[in-house]
Write a protein that binds this ligand. Structure first.
Ligand SMILES: [Zn+2]
Length: 457
């Protein structure tokens, strides 16, 4: 296959139509391209060209939990979903709390070639919340870590949180907090409210999230550092973040696709008409939990008005046995890379809340900026890195397991009709998905290695 691609008749996020020439790892030309005889032509009639998507919150599970996902299968899921970069959470085994582990993660991503894998470093040793990890060594390593998170756990100790915020200022880092007051959520199983009472499940109160966010924005202000709030899930959290931003505090926030669409009603087996559901289906068990319809509306409004900066998947693969069991025993988490763009189109674009230029911002430009990576999140314009996704917004189909490219199948969307389909993904100018089909691992690895040797991106 040729190493240059002429994408004919794509629609840019701005709405203009243009041809795109990908060559030498860059978008070499945009407009009416006539001089590209050697290029492979891709017909993009009716397709939207987005900058390659960037996920600030992915669980890749390797090293340690390869039965759920590996760096290879996780980045295949990413490519299938239109992502060209993923930030890999630190809760692997061993935990990514040293320069050695984050460099290993980086190397596994480079070898696979499907997407940039940017490691996130743990805030505390072993995620135990007792002493700070080697933040400086991870920042100075080949992995250039800038995002630090104990995700899965909250950095609960206020003194440790303050020190972490202070420490990362030296290299423009950010602490990404999983906001969950542990004492208020002991044994918690679902959102606390009338429905948790009815179902007899231990409640997970909104205040357990909101109180930590309130504390942390004040700590960030006090030490003049940068805070990122993971998976915001309640209307009250939105109010706290809105207040902090108005005050000038350097805080950014993410929302997951599932919190933009799904509600706690699903746990009671009350579907929204989109797909049949059974009560207590562990596919809907997630941390933070699915909340009320009012929370979903507040999160959508906050993403539309910029209070919430980005969408991040919190892609959390689990083996079948961790999900096909009693609700109380089931693991928290959902896979999300392959479905994210469709859910965002459904919840935000097709509802008229945001346009495709906003999608490019919340799923590419802003996460790349918050995570301080280069070569991603650039506009679809001449000179930008050839990180690109072509999506067919008119496609409408039931979301089935054939859409899942990762190793786990714990998707809450199976059987649900969703709009939009990724037709092609290019990483460093190399197609990882073409004609809606994931390219084989050996071809992608070889082409990606050639692109890297060419010194591009
Ligand atoms: Zn989390």
């Amino acid at each position: 296959m040729s190493e240059s691609f002429l994408i004919r008749g794509a629609t840019l996020p701005t709405g203009e139509r243009a041809d795109l020439l990908l060559q030498g790892g860059r978008i070499a030309d945009v407009g009416s391209v006539t001089d590209a005889a050697a290029a492979t032509v891709v017909d993009a009639e009716g397709l939207i060209a987005l900058p390659g998507l960037v996920d600030l919150h992915t669980h890749l599970r390797e090293p340690g939990y390869e039965q759920s996902e590996t760096v290879l299968t996780g980045t295949q899921a990413a490519a299938a979903g239109g992502f060209t970069a993923v930030f890999a959470m630190a809760n692997t085994s061993p935990v990514a709390d040293t320069a050695g582990v984050v460099e290993q993660e980086l190397s596994l991503g480079e070898a696979a070639g499907y997407a940039t894998v940017q490691p996130i470093g743990a805030v505390t040793v072993g995620l135990r919340g007792e002493q700070l990890a080697e933040l400086g060594a991870m920042a100075a390593s080949r992995a250039r870590v800038r995002v630090f998170s104990d995700d899965g756990f909250c950095v609960f100790d206020p003194l440790l949180m303050r020190r972490a915020l202070e420490y990362v200022k030296a290299f423009d880092g950010v602490i990404a907090q999983h906001a969950q007051e542990p004492r208020l959520t002991q044994g918690a199983q679902m959102n606390e409210g009338a429905l948790s009472g009815e179902l007899g499940l231990a409640g997970w109160p909104a205040v357990a999230e909101e109180s930590i966010i309130a504390r942390d924005v004040l700590l960030a202000e006090h030490v003049g550092s940068r805070l990122h709030v993971c998976h915001v899930s309640t209307a009250g959290s939105v109010e706290v973040i809105r207040w902090a931003k108005a005050r000038g505090i350097d805080v950014t926030a993410e929302v997951t696709p599932h919190h933009l669409l799904l509600t706690e009603e699903l746990i009671a087996g009350r579907g929204d008409g989109a797909a049949p559901v059974a009560a207590y289906d562990p596919r809907f068990k997630v941390n933070p939990p699915l909340r009320r319809r009012e929370d979903v509306e507040a999160l959508r409004a906050a993403l539309a008005d910029g209070t919430i900066d980005i969408v991040a998947t919190d892609h959390a693969p689990h083996p079948v046995e961790a999900k096909e069991c009693e609700w109380d025993a089931a693991a928290n988490g959902m896979v999300g890379l392959e479905s994210a763009l469709s859910v965002v189109q459904h919840a935000m674009v097709d509802t008229g809340l945001i346009g495709w230029a906003d999608v490019a911002r919340v799923l590419s430009a802003a996460p790349a900026r918050i995570g301080r990576i280069t070569g991603h999140g650039e506009p679809v314009a001449a000179g930008s890195a050839a990180e690109l996704t072509l999506v067919d917004p008119a496609a409408t189909e039931a979301f089935g397991t054939e859409r899942l490219a990762g190793r786990s199948v714990n998707s809450p969307y199976l059987g649900r009709t969703l709009p939009g389909r990724v037709v092609a993904t290019f990483h460093r100018g190399v197609p990882t998905v073409l004609d809606g089909v994931l390219r084989p691992a050996d071809e992608v690895a070889a082409a990606s290695a050639r692109a890297a040797r060419g010194g591009v991106a």
